[in-house]
Write a protein that binds this ligand. Structure first.
Ligand SMILES: Nc1ncnc2c1ncn2[C@@H]1O[C@H](COP(=O)(O)OP(=O)(O)OP(=O)(O)O)[C@@H](O)[C@H]1O
Ligand SMILES: [Mg+2]
Length: 357
């Protein structure tokens, strides 16, 4: 059975259509991430699932039960969902233990069971030592974990998380990613996770829904949408990428900006195309088909970021960190492109990519 089913859902605020004809199902135990730029409707979707917002049209089913429809509305407290909101709220007058225990007390669980569940939730979120502290004596990241523990404590079958790691520092953020994932797998929960951080989405999700302009641009596993993006917006949002204008003919693609230099190309189509190349797919090779000069180098420890000038084009690539000792700006190099992605001409315009100039 699907854990969540959203049918033809549209949400408008006045004239502003925030979500348009949203049709999606999430399986039981699936970790689904809603990813997209600020304002694309992620929080609105979660609020609709939670029952804090009504859609303009459409239906929502949770665990096979209609919870939102033209004539049906199940209030949030009856949906048995765990939630952490973007502006998470922990109760300032209760200590950490009481905050986390609260949802269980509402459910009138026995004292023993409550103690056991709270202890487990605090342990999972590394808060055991803070149990008696009040929120005002905790850091933002610790408070965020209290909100997470409170959402987890009732072992909900559906957990909605809206940017739950946004207040954590980079290191804690990374370790919490894996911890949330482990907790989710251990408890077999369905998670709908919201973020605009693509790395977070890639690391955690079984499936990513990339949303832009109120519609799902692509739905797929992290690898599918990274390696086979359906349009330039998806390619660009999911990782670093450069777009070049190309012309495909006779089994090669010619790059006008690179002075007509070309590489072999297995695409069936011919004619103009927008060609996307990710920096990690650009390789330095003595017999590479593209000739250029190093314009700049940035040493990042594990890798060195390079920019190579070929005609009018600036090509980014990622090389091993040690390269910094071998080459300098101005150095001539030869390159090859692997795994190019081909899109219709003009689809990689700055407007299509949402780049404001
Ligand atoms: N109550 C409301 N009344 C009117 N407009 C709203 C309301 N709530 C949200 N919006 C608008 O809906 C759009 C989507 O908002 P939403 O909060 O869902 O975006 P988001 O994807 O969560 O963005 P962010 O990444 O910044 O949190 C925005 O344009 C926002 O201004
Ligand atoms: Mg939001």
């Amino acid at each position: 059975m699907d854990s969540v089913k959203i049918v033809n859902l549209t949400k408008r605020f006045g004239e502003n259509t925030v979500l348009s004809h949203f049709d999606e199902s999430f399986h039981e135990g699936e970790f689904v991430t809603l990813l997209g730029p600020s304002g694309c409707g992620k929080t609105t979707m979660l609020r609709i699932l939670a029952g804090f917002e009504k859609p303009t049209e459409g239906e929502v089913y949770i665990g096979g039960v209609l919870v939102t429809g033209p004539k049906t509305f199940v209030p949030p407290e009856k949906r048995r969902i765990g939630m952490v909101f973007q502006s998470y709220a922990v109760w300032p007058h209760m200590n950490v233990w009481q905050n986390v225990a609260y949802p269980l007390q509402i459910q009138k669980l026995s004292k023993d069971e409550t103690n056991q569940k709270v202890a487990r939730a605090l342990e999972m979120t590394h808060l055991t030592q803070y149990a008696c502290r009040t929120p005002d004596s905790l850091s933002g990241g610790q408070q965020q974990r209290v909100a997470l523990a409170r959402a987890l404590v009732g072992s909900p079958s559906l957990l909605l998380l809206d940017e739950p790691l946004s207040n954590l520092d980079a290191k804690l953020r990374e370790s919490m990613r894996y911890e949330i994932k482990e907790i989710q797998q251990a408890l077999g929960m369905t998670v709908v996770y919201v973020t605009h951080d693509r790395t977070e989405a890639m690391a955690m999700s079984d499936r990513i829904l990339l949303i832009n302009g109120g519609v799902v641009q692509q739905s797929g596993t992290p690898r599918e949408i990274y390696n086979r993006p359906v349009n330039p917006f998806v390619a660009d949002f999911l990782g670093r990428v450069d777009f070049f204008r190309g012309e495909i003919r006779n089994g090669r693609v010619f790059f006008e900006e690179m002075g007509g230099q070309s590489i072999p190309c297995k695409e069936e189509r011919t004619g103009p195309a927008d060609v996307a190349v990710r920096p990690e797919n650009v390789v330095l090779r003595d017999d590479g088909p593209i000739e250029g000069k190093i314009e700049s180098l940035f040493y990042l420890g594990d890798v060195t970021d390079l920019r190579v000038r070929a005609g009018d084009a600036l090509i980014r690539l990622t090389a091993p960190g040690s390269l910094i000792d071998e080459v300098k700006p101005g150095h001539p190099v030869r390159l090859d492109f692997k795994n190019c992605l081909y899109f219709d001409k003009g689809t990689a315009s700055e407007e299509a990519l949402g780049i404001k100039t």
